[in-house]
Design a protein around this ligand. Structure first.
Ligand code: PEP
Ligand code: MG
Length: 883
């Protein structure tokens, strides 16, 4: 087996198509090398080697040693340097690189190959002894931390002692001799901790680093990141070993990152940051605040330091050409890392850049308009779930802003919450459902859980490409980075800015689109749905086959749904209408009635209110189909439970408290979700469903009489299991509807159908189809009844199943396409066999989940229905499923 792929010198063993084997970084280094771009030579150890490593008790394949040695030889001959040669040493970086990018989650070692002898070689070669020892101490610290597992604080303390001794404040003030002394202390400290010296053999160093990168695939933050982004553990990471180039060799050296378009807005303009005389991670780490690449950007920011265009004009011209070539080649916005060593440009990485939803949308639409990609490809370029970011509120421009501080607009959107200063606290409070804003000096990969739990993130340091900014954009969390006016005082549990002091838990608001941090809560407004959004949605609508409806019962939800492009209501849960304080009394009276006559009396009171509900919905939906589900939950849900509740209801309604309590107790069920609910209520008390059907048909007649588009009510029965049950419900519905139609003398087309929420219903779908004109898969209950897992209690134990890999995803979020999916498939087949034109839809939560929508497309459902805010997600996902 081939485990090692070389690149460099204008050629490569691999190419961009080999991401699965070489990881994203390795595949793109190979591609760039073959394109003739300046890439420092190196080689990639495959992800399969990582998989082998974990499958074989953390051991390497037998051939690996020889292949790595051979790869190293090639790098030596391309660079003219030799690994471990004191006179002319080759130094390498060792980096992880998985299929999907996992920024900062895994480990990296730079300057590898340095030891007590090669450091002198590096000093001679570079003509800079200070640089050589600075590199050596960086290497010792990084290697000791990443490979030997030693705490980096130990090294920071030693460095601080030296600075105190020398009475200097900044690293740059240390001389070559000072660094030598630091190195000596570092080595002593390492030996003290381990009982053996810092490894001097470059080969031993190399294998240590390779092992550490493989091991970092399984570290906690990598695992968490994978779970969050659905990255399978089985993919493994590749290891890239690459000859070092140095951006810290003086004023004609630099290191930077660039995006070919703005990753926050999508604007088509080179965008990025660089630092003169800096190494590797300095830009991303947020330690020094970097400078913009272009003169124009520098002028806009009003910055005084020169841009790359001004400081290194020749390299910049070359760089710009390379970057344009890369974007054309990959036909997508690129995220690029580069280094300039003594005036020579080197490309270290390119990949399709992460971007905000807003930028993704704009870039996809622009690339299609520029002719680089087609419209369907543009539709495929936007992740449906990410649309969520665009659909949520932003700060009302008209509302007053009490600005505490400003930083960089690192990730758009606005958020309000209690300010906290540690990731742990954000995780704790956020997990408990509190809205928190995480404020940090800067963030590091360890903070990822806290960032996820927070509504928004603020950092006092770091640029647009700092860890916080990159991760927040990926998560869709609003983020303000580099708000330098903010001084966090952890000891006092407060932060200060512009002379004001705020305590932990004070409410603040952040605007990730402007970079402002505001005091208090601020008024938010709904998003703008025109422009690029409308364009892309138009392209999506042109290719999708599945219709998209919304689950809605209030006028507001129905309006939102239409605004987002819903093509009807797929589920109106009528019970939600019963909880209205104005009518709950009548509902309780109905439930408490001893006999049918009593119930009918109460239902008379509910009828006009219920009718008005439907009139409103029909008007908003203007002739689009509206699926109305008759009463579903167990009746006792409407009743008061505690004695206090009972007393207050008795007072409000004038009902006898004793009777109220007794009736509530009578209605108590051991297992209500499998009890007297759904159509079982309609079977036991037909008058309830009769009232609802009457309200629906009367409402439709009323709307028609007003000369509005004729509504298409679809009357739906919940929790049906048997053909006979469906027949009973169908007769009840038709009988009632017919009566109303005759009374009113109006012409209404309505349909009668059923939810499919029980395995028996799915299997006996043919029986149901005899009297059901449509099926709507209620996959919340169907998942519950198929697994026998309570949808209300699953949160308590499903986590264990996901941790142990028994479930990949929560089946209540993403459809179990195997089990529940099989039942849906069977129901669809059998239902269609019995009634060829039976209409099929889904209205469980899964109707808004892209992976589940893909499944719905595969089995040919007619529509999906989801909550209003997910309608655009579903439209896009349905289009992608059809392409
Ligand atoms: C379902 O069970 O999937 C459904 C849509 O109904 P509800 O969530 O109201 O039980
Ligand atoms: Mg249900």
């Amino acid at each position: 087996t081939r485990w090692v792929y070389a690149f460099g010198g204008g050629g490569a063993d691999g190419d961009a198509s080999m991401k699965n084997l070489l990881g994203g970084k390795g595949a793109n280094l190979a591609e760039m090398s073959s394109l003739g771009l300046p890439v420092p030579p190196g080689f990639t150890i495959t992800t399969e080697a990582c998989t082998f490593y974990y499958a074989n008790g953390k051991s390497y394949p037998a051939e690996l040693k020889a292949q790595v040695a051979e790869g190293l030889k090639k790098v030596e001959s391309l660079t003219g340097k030799t690994f471990g040669d004191p006179a002319n040493p080759l130094l390498v970086s060792v980096r992880s690189g998985a299929r999907a990018s996992m920024p900062g989650m895994m480990d990296t070692v730079l300057n590898l190959g340095l030891n007590d002898e090669t450091v002198d070689g590096l000093a001679k070669l570079s003509g800079d002894r200070r640089f050589a020892f600075d590199s050596y101490r960086r290497f010792i610290q990084m290697y000791s931390n990443v490979v030997l597992g030693l705490d980096h604080h130990m090294f920071e303390e030693i460095l601080d002692e030296h600075k105190d001794r020398l009475d200097v404040r900044v690293d740059t003030a240390l001389s070559a001799e000072d660094w030598e002394a630091v190195v000596a202390d570092y080595k002593r400290a390492v030996e003290g901790e381990r009982g053996e010296p810092f490894p001097q053999d470059p080969n031993a160093q190399l294998w240590g680093a390779i092992g550490a990168v493989f091991a970092s695939w399984m570290n906690d933050r990598a695992k968490f990141y994978r779970r969050m982004h659905d990255i399978p553990e089985s993919w493994g990471t590749a290891v890239n070993v690459q000859s070092m180039v140095f951006g810290n060799m003086g004023e004609s050296s630099a290191t930077g990152v660039a995006f070919t378009r703005n990753p926050s807005t999508g604007e088509n303009r080179l965008y990025g940051e660089f630092l003169i005389n800096a190494q590797g991670e300095d830009v991303v780490a947020g330690i020094r605040t970097p400078q913009p690449l272009t003169k124009a950007a520098r002028e806009e920011m009003g910055d005084v330091q020169p841009s790359m265009e001004e400081a290194l004009p020749e390299v910049f011209t070359q760089f710009k050409a390379v970057v344009e070539k890369l974007e054309k080649h990959y036909r997508d916005m690129q995220d690029i890392e580069f280094t300039v060593e003594k005036g020579r440009l080197y490309m270290l990485q390119t990949r399709n850049g992460k971007r905000t939803a807003k930028a993704a949308l704009k870039i996809a639409v622009d690339l299609a308009s520029e002719g680089l990609i087609g419209k369907e490809e543009a539709v495929m370029r936007v992740e449906p779930q990410s649309m969520d970011q665009l659909l949520h509120p932003t700060i009302d421009p008209a509302s007053p802003r009490d600005v505490i501080a400003t930083g960089l607009p690192a990730s758009p959107g606005a958020a309000t919450g209690k300010v906290v200063f540690t990731a742990e606290e954000a995780e704790k409070l956020g997990g408990a459902g509190e809205a928190v804003i995480l404020m940090r000096e800067e963030t590091s990969p360890e903070d990822i859980r806290g960032m996820d739990a927070a509504r928004g993130i603020v950092t006092a340091r770091g640029g647009m490409t700092s860890h916080a900014a990159v991760v927040a954009r990926g998560m869709g969390r609003p983020c303000v980075s580099g708000a330098g006016e903010i001084h966090i005082d952890m000891k006092a549990g407060e932060f200060r800015a512009r002379g004001r002091t705020f305590k932990a838990y004070d409410i603040i608001t952040i605007d990730g689109s402007t970079g402002e941090v505001l005091a208090g809560a601020v008024k938010m407004i709904e998003p703008e749905l025109s422009g690029d959004f409308a364009t892309l949605m138009g392209w999506a609508d042109a290719v999708r086959r599945l219709k998209v409806r919304a689950n809605a019962e209030t006028a507001l939800d129905a309006q939102t749904a239409r605004q987002f492009g819903a093509e009807g209501i797929g589920l109106c849960r009528t019970e939600h209408m019963f909880f209205d304080p104005a009518r709950i009394a009548a509902v309780r009276e109905m439930i408490l009635a001893d006999d049918e006559a009593g119930r009918r009396g109460a239902l008379e009171k509910i009828l006009p209110m219920q009718r008005q509900d439907f009139v409103e919905l029909f008007k908003i939906m203007e002739g689009l189909p509206v699926t109305i589900r008759l009463l579903d939950p167990p009746l006792h849900e409407f009743l008061p439970h505690s004695e206090e509740d009972v007393a207050s209801v008795a007072e409000a309604t004038g009902l006898d408290p004793k009777k109220l309590l007794r009736r509530a107790q009578e209605l108590h069920e051991v297992n209500p979700m499998l009890g007297h609910r759904g159509c079982r209520l309609g079977v036991a008390y037909p008058e309830i469903y009769e009232m609802q059907v009457r309200a629906i048909v009367e409402a439709a007649c009323e709307v028609v009489a007003e000369g509005r588009p004729a509504p298409i009510p679809e009357i739906m029965h919940p929790l049906v299991a048997k053909g006979e049950e469906m027949k009973f419900l169908r007769d009840l519905t038709d009988r009632t509807a017919k009566k109303v139609i005759e009374e009113k003398g109006c012409q209404i087309d309505y349909k009668v159908g059923t939810m499919i929420e029980l395995p028996r219903a799915a299997i006996r779908a043919a029986d149901l189809a005899e009297n059901a004109e449509f099926f709507s898969f209620g996959t919340n209950d169907l998942t519950q009844t198929t697994f026998g897992i309570s949808r209300d209690d699953s949160g308590r134990f499903l986590g264990y199943y996901i941790d142990k890999g028994i479930f990949e995803k929560d089946p209540f979020v993403s459809l179990d396409t195997e089990g529940v999916g099989d039942l849906i498939r069977i129901a669809a087949e059998r239902g269609r066999a019995a009634r060829p034109d039976v209409k099929l839809g889904i209205c469980g939560e899964h109707g808004g989940d892209p992976a589940s929508i893909q499944f719905c497309e595969t089995i040919g459902l007619d529509y999906v229905s989801c909550s209003p805010y997910r309608v655009p997600i579903a439209r896009l996902a349905a289009a992608q499923a059809a392409i």
